[in-house]
Design a binder for this molecule. Structure first.
Ligand SMILES: Nc1ncnc2c1ncn2[C@@H]1O[C@H](COP(=O)(O)OP(=O)(O)O)[C@@H](O)[C@H]1O
Ligand SMILES: [Mg+2]
Length: 193
């Protein structure tokens, strides 16, 4: 039964992506990590101006599966079970992608490491950060403008903050309250070899 649900979840997520780009021989997997308001989605959209990657934004995918999301642990585990399988399928087919999700704990990131290692795909990790005062102002403004796909506010930021764990693998770090161009360019260079 669970298997059938997973298959239909992956199908639904996949349909929500729309047209895919031309597959490539050596796809690359980029994953960002950071708290709500850190600037992950903004950073990912800037990256795709330079790289022909699909963005898998967990906030958007969650709403494709759960139109009125509860953010319960059960809901998240069903969502990320499907997201991981989708990532694996897309990479296998030669689609480069960016995972735009908080990815705060090493336990959650282990799944990403293992997908990349198993498929022999290059994984580029990015820790996205901004000073708390900047995040506070951004989340307040985002809420007032009803901007973006995220529902997270300052209370959620504070609740999630203790779950942040050091990334044990090589990664880039970007402070989005400053100029993000140097890091964008470094990643583009790494991806292009
Ligand atoms: N480098 C930046 N320059 C200007 N505005 C930014 C930057 N990064 C993020 N923002 C703005 O801050 C808000 C929160 O950023 P967002 O990317 O949605 O955060 P996250 O996806 O990490 O929750 C958004 O309104 C976004 O447009
Ligand atoms: Mg976001």
């Amino acid at each position: 039964m669970e298997g059938a649900q997973l298959v239909s979840d992956v199908q639904r997520l996949s349909e929500s992506l729309g047209e895919l780009l031309e597959p490539v021989a050596e796809p690359v997997f980029i994953a960002v990590s950071g708290l709500p308001g850190a600037g992950k989605s903004y950073f990912c959209s800037k990256l795709t101006e330079k790289l022909p990657f699909i963005i898998l934004e967990s906030d958007a995918l969650r709403k494709a599966l759960f139109p009125s999301p509860s953010y319960s642990p059960q809901e998240s585990s069903r969502l990320f079970g499907a997201v991981r399988l989708l990532i694996e399928r897309l990479l296998k087919k030669g689609n480069s992608l960016i995972l735009d999700a908080t990815n705060l704990s090493e336990r959650h990131r282990e799944y990403l490491y293992s997908i990349a290692d198993r498929l022999g795909v290059k994984l580029v990790l990015v820790r996205v950060e901004a000073p708390p005062g900047v995040v506070y102002e951004r989340l307040k403004a985002r809420r007032e403008n009803l901007g973006g796909k995220s529902d997270a506010d300052w209370a959620i930021y504070k609740r999630m903050k203790p779950s942040v764990q050091k990334i044990r693998r090589h990664h880039y770090a970007v402070d989005t309250s400053r100029d993000i161009t140097p890091v964008l360019n470094k990643i583009v260079r790494e991806v292009m070899h």
